[in-house]
Design a protein around this ligand. Structure first.
Ligand code: ZN
Length: 339
């Protein structure tokens, strides 16, 4: 990406192993993230550009001399942050804070929207998938890299519990996966705030019981009507804008919790006084997807959950710029890249 709206497909040096802890992965599936749209909207023009893509599945082509848990030929999923799996934060399940970790596409590391990626810290990062590279489950498996794990993280942050009420702010792929995660944790009532029928229909398929198309104050009123006048026990904030966060707080029940996974576009937490006066817990953050993959994997492998339904378009590498535009125009919920 060379700036707002400027995505180009270019030849770069071949990915290659440089450390004994590296693996080389040929990418078989990748995707465009809602968070990729923030730089797509606002990145200043840059001469050197930025490598893009942080969600991918591929086949291991080669491993460094110290790599022990993956080998050539394995089909693997990469979480959206790489991590060593052994530091104090990895031990605590917070691989996004790994002291030896980092982001794809930054600091000389390849991006996932390409043909191949050098994987730093391969043992701590990659999870082997017991499927062939063209398995029909690929779209759903690919969501373990970020979006389904992020929805799960939102549900945990919002303390979703069986039999309770949940509201989800945002009808993008993260919000839809948040609905699925809330349902998976046994929520009784799941309200999605969204106004695009194709998205809210999918939300219903994923477990939403109510759809609120209103925004702002009207949305708050409507959610309160649907929850006995008091608001939802758990609110998943999957947008990151000031008004979305404010709405999330206002539709939370007193003593409830907001789990935020939308990348904040605000400088200070809005609605601070309301969270104080009504004892609303604000939690969430960047999702340690690596911590959740093993837990979420069986539901996908055994066909109980199909988070891959969030993909409504597939492009090849040459189609990636058009894929960004389609998502930015909201013509597409989420775009899969098949190199
Ligand atoms: Zn670590």
């Amino acid at each position: 990406m060379y700036g707002a709206g400027d995505v180009r497909v270019q030849e770069v040096p071949d990915a290659a192993i440089s450390e004994p802890t590296d693996a080389l992965v040929r990418v078989t599936r990748a995707c465009i993230c809602g968070s990729d749209l923030w730089p797509y909207k606002s990145m200043p023009a840059s001469e050197e550009g930025a490598r893009m893509g942080h969600e991918f599945i591929g086949v291991v082509e080669e491993v460094g001399s110290s790599v022990a848990t993956v080998r050539r030929g394995d089909v693997v999923v990469a979480p959206f942050v790489y991590s060593d799996g052994t530091c104090q934060f990895c031990e605590e399940g917070l691989q996004t804070s790994c002291t030896n970790g980092g982001f794809w596409g930054a600091s000389g590391v390849d991006g996932g929207q390409g043909e191949a990626v050098r994987i730093p810290q391969a043992d701590g990062t990659l999870v082997v998938l017991p499927v062939a590279e063209d398995d029909a489950l690929m779209p759903s498996l690919l969501t373990l890299s970020d979006v389904f794990a992020t929805g799960h993280h939102a549900a945990l942050g919002a303390r979703v519990q069986a039999g309770k009420t949940v509201a989800v702010v945002g009808d993008g792929a993260d919000g839809l996966c948040g609905v699925m995660a809330a349902k998976r944790r046994g929520a009784e009532q799941i309200i999605i705030l969204g106004r695009h029928a194709d998205r809210t229909d999918l939300a219903r398929d994923f477990g939403a019981t109510d759809v609120v198309a209103e925004r702002g104050k009207e949305a708050v009123t409507r959610v309160r009507e649907l929850t006995g006048g008091v608001g939802a026990h758990s609110v998943l904030e999957c947008v990151g804008m000031d008004d979305a966060f404010t709405t999330a707080v206002k539709i939370a029940r007193s003593g409830g919790a907001v789990g935020r996974v939308g990348v904040p576009q605000y400088g200070a937490l809005p609605a601070a006084r309301d969270t104080f006066l009504r004892n609303i817990t604000v939690s969430g953050g960047i999702a340690p997807a690596r911590a959740y993959i093993e837990e979420l994997l069986p539901d996908v492998l055994e066909g109980r959950l199909e988070p891959g339904r969030v993909f409504d378009r597939t492009v090849d590498l040459d189609g990636v710029p058009a894929g960004y535009k389609a998502m930015d125009d909201r013509d597409s919920i989420k775009v899969m890249v098949k190199p």
